[in-house]
Structure formats: C-alpha cells, structure tokens
Design a protein around this ligand. Structure first.
Ligand code: ZN
Length: 619
C-alpha cells in the first residue's frame, strides 16, 4: 500500500467515516435478574416457529422477510442461572437494570451529551429468531456528545447517540431447516455508541476506534475479552456511497480494511466513468447443459446449467476493485447471497484453471457470441438460474449509476463481501410492557460526583503525580486490577517509589489479579506491600517474590518471615555466594563461568540475583 498518502490525499477523495460500537456491560441482564457470566450449565431447550401476521410482515424489512420465507424452526437452549421466563418470552420484561443504565449515564456525562429526562424503551423488529420476542429492545439515553480521541484536542468528533439495548441470542448451528440459538447471551445489556461522520485518515479512524474502546474499558464496568465488543465502520468517499462494514474481528486491522474499501469505491467510480457512454446489452438466458456433457469440471459435471452473454463487456469482470477482489468476484458474490447458488463462472476468469476453457469456446462458437462479449454460466436448475441472472443483471446495470449503499461483512484478509443493501432506518415501536424511566437532576448530580476517570486522565495522574514512566503507565491502565497500584501507593512509605512499584505490580500481574479476585483489593495491597518491602530490603529476590506471592495467594494471613524460611527463598548475600562459588568449582571441577552459574542455579535459583552472582564471580 502506498505509504505516501497524506491527510491531503484523503481530504481530496472526500473520505468520511463513522463508527458504531456495541459493548457488553458487566451487570445482570437488562430486563431480568439473570447472570451474564455465560458459564452456566445447559438445562434443556425449547422449540418455536415464527408466526407472523401480514400486518407485522408489512412492517418488517426485506432481509427480515426473507428469513421468515424460509419457514425456519428455531431451537432455544437454556442455561442454569442464565435464562428465565423473560428470556423465553413467557413473562413480561422487568424494569430496566439500574446499574446498567447508570453506566450509560456516566458515559453520557463524560461525553457531555444531552441526556433525556425520560428514557423510553422501544422495540426494533427482528425476525431472524435471534430474539424470542421477535424484537430487540433499545432505548436512547443521550445525544450530541463530543469526544477528543485524536491527540490534537481541537479535532473533536461528535457522539450522535448513546443507547442502551439488549444483546441477541447467539447462533450455535443452522442446518438449513432448524437454527439453534443459545439464550445465555440474550438480554445482556449493551451500550451502543454512534459517532457522527468525520474526516480522518484510515490510521486515525483506527486510533479513534481504539480510543473509544479504551474509554469504555475505563468505566471498569464493561465485559472484557473476545466477543464483548463489536465495531462497525461506515465509509464513504466523494462520488461514492455510505457503505457499512460489519464483523471486524481485530480493530488493529481497521486501517487496512478502510484502505481496501476506499480502493473498491474508487475503482467502481472509475468503472462508472468508463461505462458512461456505453449501452449495456445483456442477451437472454440460454440453456448450456449440453455444452458441459463431457466436462471434467466438478462444478458443471452432470448438472443442469444456464448462461447469458453481455455485448462488448469482456475484460470488465477481470478489473481489480482492490488488491484482492475483481469486479467478477464482487458481482458473483452478490448473486450468491441473493440465491444461495454457488459456482458462477465467466470468461474473464482463468478458465483453464477450472478445466472449462474448451466448453466456453464451444458456447462462443456455436451461439455466435462475439470475442469481445462476456459469457457467464451457472450450474443450477432453471428456476434458480433465472434468479441468479436477475441479480447479476441488476448489479451490472447499477455499475452505470455508481456505488450502491450496502452493508458488507469483513473478511479475515480485511477485504469485505456484500451482505445486503442498507435498508432505511428500522421503524421502532414503544415497548408497552416497560414504564418510562425518569432521570432526575438529583441523580445526575450524584453520578457526576463519582464519575470514573478515563485512562487518559489516569495516565496523566500516574506520570505527573506518581512518578511512573509513560511506558509503565500504559501497561498499568491496561491491567484488570489496575486500581491495586493506587491502593498500594496509599502507603506513605511507598509514595516516592511509584515507578518501582509499578514495575513490580506489572511483573506479578497474573498472580495479583487472582489474589484480588479471591481476597479483595485491600488484602492484596497489604500482601504486595510486604512482598515489596522484603524485595527492597534484599531479603528475597525477584524470583523469590513470585513464590512469596503464590504462598500469600493461598493464605494471605501467613507470616512473611515464616514463608521465606519455609519456602527457602531467603536471598543469599555476598559471603554466601562466595562460599557457593568455591563449592561449585570444587564439585564440578571447572573454571568456566557459565557452567558454574548453571551449577549454582540448579539448586539455588530462587535465592540468587544473577547480576550479583556474576559480579562476585568476576571478583
Ligand atoms: Zn432472565
């Protein structure tokens, strides 16, 4: 990719991006009291079929209709402690979880949003079965906020809205007829952040997404780890259209994904220009079965097949939209998504690779199709072929108009494929089972008093007030038990040793995290303090400290001196080291420094500081 691209370049092509972030909150479920830990045992399942009246169908969008057309059976798996009557839609939802709402209110306050006096829960129709009730509940909490994710503070981005909504059930499997959903995920509270469209380079968009992710983490009340966050991006350029890309697995790849989408849109604009004065003539469908009667290609062998040809269109399908995708790939995929038919082959492909070269030549010759014409064939029955070519024709004719607004799915290689056209905003209906929630001025005032600090603010505190270097400060704020550091530093004797304490907390992060989960922050801070004191006064070594903390994890009340004695981790002083070296030399009959060190380490690894040992050896 061209590294020379500058801010000016992206400004010139009119790049505009927007982010939509969904993050799970670490509370009970939004409308019932079920746990959201997703570790309960399976306890049976229920089976449902979606029955919708015509009236309801009229309100559903196209995608939703298609799901219902399939007449699917939905199986819902229940989990101990994580599913109740609300989750299977046998009981009305309870009022909204206040803790979850408070998290979103805090975020609104931090982003300086306008907060609604009353929160109304609304229903968004979902007919794919991912919610047992047939709709998703959502409520807007605040609008018109601001965030400052880029270092230069004057480039703010707008936060269009902050919503609270319920997570959908997770698909476990789908055999075409029956789809199985897991109900433990259904109803987990989500915060949805929607930014306004902003101008930024792809690298900066990634920075903004990372910043917003960190911002959410700094509440310390959101779920962490894989799958707990979804970051969708809207991308458009001048002359292009808003394209929404979903399902990005790794936000660190976001800049690459945006680059590929920019290339795709630029290429489509170029193709549109090329087709400006050209009439696209797509000829009628023909049956092609007989041409493939002796084929060696598994795609066509023994199958019914059909084709079309497009006048003077050879070469267009071979055009690269970006580094990884041709126009042919793009359009074939759209027909696949619309019809579920695979194996669309055209003459702009390397037909020899498919062992189909001779067959297509025969078609060209016998049907008198010109050498400049493009031939497309598909192996399927007539009814499906008609639909495949309908989709293909529609998309090919669309090339003259420009770029369709669509939703695309991100692929592992950062490219994306067509999912569906962007439908108009889904209509919402009031949720009549849940009363509105009033947000009093008093309540907001109280929230403001104890508002969380963002990582940025914490980092500033660590570096400016606690003498921690930037590198350690960054690592500290990313730790799960980052408050431990603050707690430890409360002790007056350690106030000035900020950086050393930080380093030590970071290197024992794993064990301290467990300790904090099991014994609480105060006990953990006390144990760490004892360990750090022993380390500082040269009673134990760094390795010894690990063993010391492991013992404290088992029994936080164990007396320090006893642990050191019983576990044999007392640090060896110079005199003892000299004795050991002499002994090692005698026993191993060598003067080789490395071998002596190895010999000593084999029995006293946890009691020696290697640097010191080498120093003594050199003397
Ligand atoms: Zn429940």
């Amino acid at each position: 990719m061209n590294k020379e691209k500058t801010l000016d370049y992206y400004r010139k092509i009119g790049l505009k991006c927007g982010l939509e972030i969904h993050k799970r909150l670490d509370t009970k479920k939004l409308f019932c009291n079920c746990s959201t830990n997703m570790c309960g045992k399976r306890c049976g399942s229920i089976t449902r079929k979606m029955n919708l009246s015509v009236g309801e169908m009229g309100e559903a969008d196209e995608t939703a209709k298609k799901e219902v057309e399939k007449e699917k059976i939905f199986e819902y798996v229940c989990f101990e402690g994580e599913t109740c009557l609300v989750d299977i839609d046998e009981e009305p939802p309870h009022s909204m979880n206040k803790e979850a709402l408070d998290i979103v209110l805090d975020l609104c306050l931090k982003f300086d949003c306008c907060i609604f006096d009353n929160i109304y829960v609304m229903r968004k129709t979902v007919l794919d079965g991912s919610n047992t009730s047939g709709f998703q509940r959502t409520a807007i909490v605040g609008t018109d906020g601001k965030a400052y994710p880029l270092k230069e503070k004057n480039r703010a981005i707008t936060i269009d809205s902050l919503c609270i909504e319920e997570e959908s059930a997770q698909i476990e499997k789908d055999d075409g007829r029956k789809r199985t959903y897991l109900l433990n995920r259904l109803g987990i509270p989500l915060v949805e952040i929607t930014t306004g469209a902003f101008f930024a380079t792809p690298m900066e968009v990634k920075e903004i997404a990372l910043y917003l992710g960190m911002f959410l983490n700094s509440t310390e009340k959101v779920k962490r780890g894989i799958g707990t966050i979804r970051q969708d991006v809207n991308i458009s350029i001048k002359g292009g259209a808003r394209v929404e890309i979903k399902g990005m697995q790794d936000v660190r790849q976001m800049d690459k994904m945006i680059e590929l989408e920019i290339q795709r849109q630029l290429s489509l604009i170029e193709i549109k220009e090329k087709l400006k004065n050209k009439k696209i003539i797509i000829r009628d469908m023909f049956e092609a079965t007989s041409f493939f009667s002796n084929t060696k290609s598994a795609i066509f062998a023994g199958k019914e097949s059909y084709g079309i040809s497009i006048k003077e269109f050879a070469g267009f399908f071979a055009k690269n939209l970006n580094n990884v995708r041709t126009l042919g790939n793009e359009i074939a995929k759209i027909a696949c998504v619309g019809t579920n038919v695979k194996g669309i082959i055209h003459t702009d492909e390397d037909l020899k690779r498919y062992r189909l070269h001779d067959e297509f030549e025969q078609i060209r010759k016998q049907l008198k199709i010109g050498n400049d014409d493009l031939i497309i064939c598909v192996a399927t029955d007539k009814k499906k072929a008609v639909r495949v070519f309908e989709h293909l024709k529609a998309r090919i004719l669309m090339l003259k108009k420009g770029i369709p607004k669509e939703t695309r799915a991100c692929l592992p290689n950062n490219d994306s494929v067509y999912m569906r056209l962007i439908a108009g905003a889904k209509r919402m209906y009031p949720e009549t089972d849940i009363p509105k929630m009033h947000i009093s001025k008093e309540h907001l005032k109280n929230r403001k008093k104890n508002l969380f600090e963002t990582y940025e603010e914490r980092k500033e505190l660590y570096t400016k007030k606690m003498n921690v270097t930037g590198e350690f400060a960054n690592q500290l704020i990313n730790l799960k038990m980052n408050r431990l550091f603050d707690e430890v530093l409360k002790s007056s004797s350690l106030k000035k040793a900020g950086n050393e304490v930080a380093k030590s907390v970071i290197s024992h992060a794993e064990i301290l995290e467990k300790m904090q989960t099991n014994h609480g922050i105060e006990t953990t801070a006390k144990c760490f303090g004892e360990c750090f004191a022993a380390l500082k006064s040269n009673v134990i070594t760094k390795q010894g400290a690990g063993i010391f903390l492991a013992e404290k994890l088992k029994n936080p009340d164990a007396e320090s001196g006893r642990i050191i004695k019983e576990r044999g981790i007392e640090k060896l002083d110079k005199k003892k080291l000299t004795e050991l070296i002499e002994k090692a030399k005698r026993k191993s009959k060598t003067q080789n420094i490395k071998e002596i060190i190895r010999f000593i380490e084999s029995s006293h690894k946890n009691q020696i500081d290697k640097k010191e040992l080498i120093e003594v050896l050199r003397e």
